[in-house]
Each structure stands twice: as C-alpha cells, then as structure tokens.
Design a protein around this ligand. Structure first.
Ligand code: KG4
Ligand code: ZN
Length: 329
C-alpha cells in the first residue's frame, strides 16, 4: 500500500481520521461524534469539545492505520483542518498532525474545512465538471460559490445570521428532538404535512441567506398554535428552507451557466433537499454532484481528498489555526 493521505478533522465536535488515495478511494475511516457530551448544553461547548478530541484523536488515527494495514512509510502526506472552526478543537488536530509529521518524516498540510466539504463529492469515484456552482449547507456555514476549477472559488453569498443547519438544530430543540437535529427534523417532516405557510426569507434577493427569522417564526407558532403536530411543523419548516435553497441554486445556474451543481455539507444529507436539487439541476440540464450521505457531515476523508489539491498546487504547508478562514484561502 502506498500513496495515501492521512486526513485529520477536529474543527467542531467530530474527531475523525481517514486514509484516502489519489483516486478518492477511502481505505479506512473512523469518526467519533460528541453528540452526547453537548446535548444538554443546546450547542457545542468548546472546552468540552477540545478535551474530547484530545482523548479520541490518537486512538482514532491508530485504528485507521491498523485497519488499512498502513505504516507511516505508506503516507504521502498528512492533511489536517486548520479552519474555519473552534480554536481549541483545531489546535488538537493541528498539534497532533505536527507531532506525527516530525516523528514520521511526512509533510503535514493545514487544510480549509470548506474546501474539504467541496471535495467530498470526489470521494469514491465522484466526478465534477467545472465550472460548478457549489452550495455548502452545514451547521457552521451556508454559502453559495462559483468554482471554476478544483481550486478557484468565487463566493457569491453567505448567511447574514444563522446557518441552515443551525436553524434545523434549533427548531429540533423547540420540538423536543435530540441532537443532531437535522436527521430528526427530516424524519418528522416525512411523516407530516406542510400545513403552515412559514416565511421564505430573502428567497428572491440575490445570494445572501437569512435563517434566524424563520427559526423565530417557528418558535412563535409553537407557542401560539400548540395544536400543530411536531411532524407538520417540521414539514412546514423543511419546505420553507428547501424552497429558499433551491431558489438560490436556480438563480446561480441561470447567472453562472455552470456544468455542475454541487451540494455539500451536513444538510446535504437531507433526502428532501437532495430531491429538490435534483429537480433544479434537471430543469437546467446540469449534472448534480452530491457526496455519499455518510460523508456529507464532517469527516476526515473529505479533508484528505482536499489535501491532494494542496500537493498538486504546490501550496506551502501551514499549520497555523485560522478559526475564521475564508472559502477562497
Ligand atoms: O457539515 P456538518 O457535519 O458540520 C459543519 O461543518 O457544520 O453539518 C452539521 C449540520 C447539523 O446542523 C445537522 O443538523 C445537519 O448538518 N444535518 C442534517 C442532516 N444530517 C445532518 N440536516 C438535515 N438533514 C439531515 N439528514
Ligand atoms: Zn463542516
């Protein structure tokens, strides 16, 4: 075995390591989630996240190396998330990668988490024709960008307040579901009917998003209309989110005329969103590129995949954490 990248992801609340070859084949992956640790806090508690990463990181790396029967000699490089993310969480991954890099004599690259999400569609043989329009919908981010090749990104718009994943999680909490909120809302929405007409914030305005008003609107209705079932409320909320996301994607397809529409990030695991985007892509005759559902959420395989681009571009390795790293860097 040779020519593998060891990817490490610790930007938020998942400790993940993976081994990925140049073609995107995932030789091994292990992800430890911290849902149970943060559930009672209503969001990720940064100090506890760093501590949990510290405990999990070396065992997780050891497990993927053992599972794939890989030694440090088989590694071309290590790729580790340097941002955006929580500073303490990033530092655990970065310092681990730095130590392994020195001990093993393997170069370590600090990788942009957002580029990782974008490259998640290249795992296991996925192909994206460029130029592409990319929509990244996750817990930390909601953005739309034009990507002209595997490296060059132009941000079209982002959210003014909450990310779409964050609003899924907050609505899930209002309705009494546990973490992670996204899958729980999806399941409930499937069993319900969108009986309530919720606002579609900024649907017809450019490429910016705003989800905090939609979340507040759900909160008001939960109080004033307790008779509406959690299933119908979920279905109404999902319908509003998806209508906004689909409208923005459609606008970008009309204005940028890309060859592909790429949807990535945790919310790209939503079957409702996948179906809506398939319709949009179909209407405009472009290919729809989605990551496998299991790799839509944070994972180290996408970080390893993105690391190949850093090698190909001759980017200087940089292990300085950047909690606010922008998409273009
Ligand atoms: O990409 P990700 O794992 O982390 C960030 O980079 O933020 O995204 C996590 C988000 C959470 O808000 C979670 O509720 C949402 O993705 N999510 C989903 C689904 N699975 C995860 N949202 C909708 N439907 C899902 N099936
Ligand atoms: Zn992410």
């Amino acid at each position: 075995m040779s020519g593998l990248i060891l990817g490490i992801e610790t930007s938020c609340d998942d400790t993940s390591a993976a081994l990925v070859d140049r073609s995107g084949h995932v030789a091994a992956i292990r992800t430890v989630s911290q849902f149970e640790i943060h559930d009672s806090f209503g969001g990720v508690y940064p100090e506890l996240a760093s501590r949990a990463h510290l405990e999990a990181i070396l065992p997780v790396i050891g497990e993927v190396m053992d599972e794939a029967g890989v030694t440090p000699r088989d590694l071309t490089a290590i790729g580790v998330t340097r941002g955006p993310g929580l500073i303490g969480s990033l530092l655990v991954g970065l310092s681990t990668a730095e130590a392994l890099s020195m001990g093993w004599g393997v170069p370590a690259y600090g990788v942009n988490h957002l580029r990782g999400h974008i490259r998640s569609v290249a795992l296991e043989g996925g192909v994206t024709d460029h130029p592409a329009v990319v929509m990244l919908v996750s817990g930390g981010h909601t953005l739309i960008a034009e990507v002209t090749d595997a490296w060059t990104c132009r941000l079209l718009g982002t959210t003014r307040d909450d990310s779409v994943g964050e609003s899924y999680d907050k609505v899930a909490r209002m309705l009494g579901f546990g973490m992670p909120g996204g899958p729980a809302i999806d399941r409930a929405a499937k069993a319900g009917t969108a009986t309530l007409r919720l606002p579609r914030p900024m649907k017809n305005e450019g490429y910016e998003f705003s989800f905090s008003g939609l979340k507040s609107s759900v909160a008001r209705h939960v109080e004033t209309h307790p008779e509406i079932s959690p299933e119908d409320m979920s279905a109404s909320f999902v319908a509003a989110c998806i209508e906004v996301l689909a409208a923005k994607a459609e606008r970008a397809l009309v204005e940028c005329r890309p060859k592909s529409l790429v949807i990535v990030g945790g919310v790209a695991a939503s079957p409702q969103l996948r179906a809506a985007m398939a319709e949009v892509a179909d209407r405009h005759g472009v290919a729809l590129c989605l990551p496998p559902v299991t790799w839509a959420t944070d994972n180290a395989a996408m970080i390893a995949m993105a690391t190949w681009d850093y090698l190909d571009r001759g980017v200087q390795p940089d292990l300085v954490p950047k909690p606010n790293l922008p998409l273009e860097m």
